[in-house]
Design a protein. Structure first.
Length: 265
């Protein structure tokens, strides 16, 4: 089972070149071990410029969402331990990673979920060296009110299992899958309180390698986008009876808010 949806180090380096406009990535994304980063949107269509302004691409080969002008919410398995980190480049404001209008900002600190050990608690915050004030942020769900229905996923990950990373952001919609069904499919590996599943019984649409850390979101009662999940793991990509597994943001909302406050918001 491929747990994480992240990239290996070599592919992450290649993706950085794609973002810089110096390389077209054609090598397949190998299955990543548990300490590396993997997913991309399978079965998706191209997002339009400005459709999801809060989307973030991270240089290690992960996705994220702009939680506040200074903070990016992503997956814990995408980053190292809590502390100073100036090695990550965030790309924002463009569906095309080679767009001349893209915004790039370096990190200066990483906050990984307290107690993270590779099972559950798969969230982290990345503080940017300078705030991005020209883009909309993505509020997170603070209750389970929106943890069902149909969700939107988006990212620059692979468009098929083992495929190449994408230059253009892809998007798709996936339905909620109950904890009981998901846990049955995954042999009891789901942590029901901390994880939420989404996907089709027949497969075909899913996040994939390179999408880790990206948001799963839907409309709230005011028709505004709200984040309900963080791309975490799955068995391959878009396989029948293996929905994507996401960190359940509502469960960690208070802990995320506390982490954000410790980083200055």
């Amino acid at each position: 089972m491929v747990r994480w949806r992240t990239l290996t180090g070599l592919l992450a380096a290649a993706l950085a070149a794609v973002t810089a406009g110096s390389l077209t990535l054609t090598a397949p994304a190998a299955a990543a071990p548990d300490d590396t980063i993997t997913p991309n949107v399978v079965g998706g269509t191209r997002a339009t410029q400005g459709e999801f302004p809060f989307m973030v691409r991270l240089s290690m080969g992960c996705g994220g969402a702009l939680y506040s002008p200074r903070l990016v919410l992503t997956a814990a398995h995408c980053v190292g331990a809590t502390g100073t980190n100036t090695s990550i480049t965030a790309t924002l404001g463009a569906v095309d990673l080679q767009s001349s209008s893209r915004i790039t900002v370096k990190s200066n600190y990483v906050y990984r979920a307290p107690g993270y050990n590779g099972s559950g608690k798969d969230w982290a915050l990345i503080r940017l060296a300078t705030p991005v004030t020209t883009l909309a942020t993505l509020p997170i769900a603070t209750s389970g009110a929106y943890d069902s229905g149909t969700f939107t996923i988006a990212g620059w990950g692979a468009a098929r299992e083992g495929g190449a990373q994408q230059r253009y952001m892809l998007k798709a919609t996936v339905p909620f899958v109950s904890d009981s069904v998901c846990n049955s499919n995954y042999g009891g590996d789901i942590i029901p309180a901390e994880e939420i599943c989404a996907g089709y019984t027949s497969g075909g649409t899913d996040t994939c390698q390179g999408d880790s850390g990206g948001p799963m979101f839907r409309r709230d009662a005011s028709n505004a986008w709200i984040q309900v999940g963080i791309v975490s793991w799955g068995n391959g990509c878009a396989r029948p009876n293996y929905p994507g597994v996401y960190t359940q943001v509502s469960y960690f909302a208070s802990a995320i808010a506390a982490g954000a406050a410790s980083l200055g918001g």
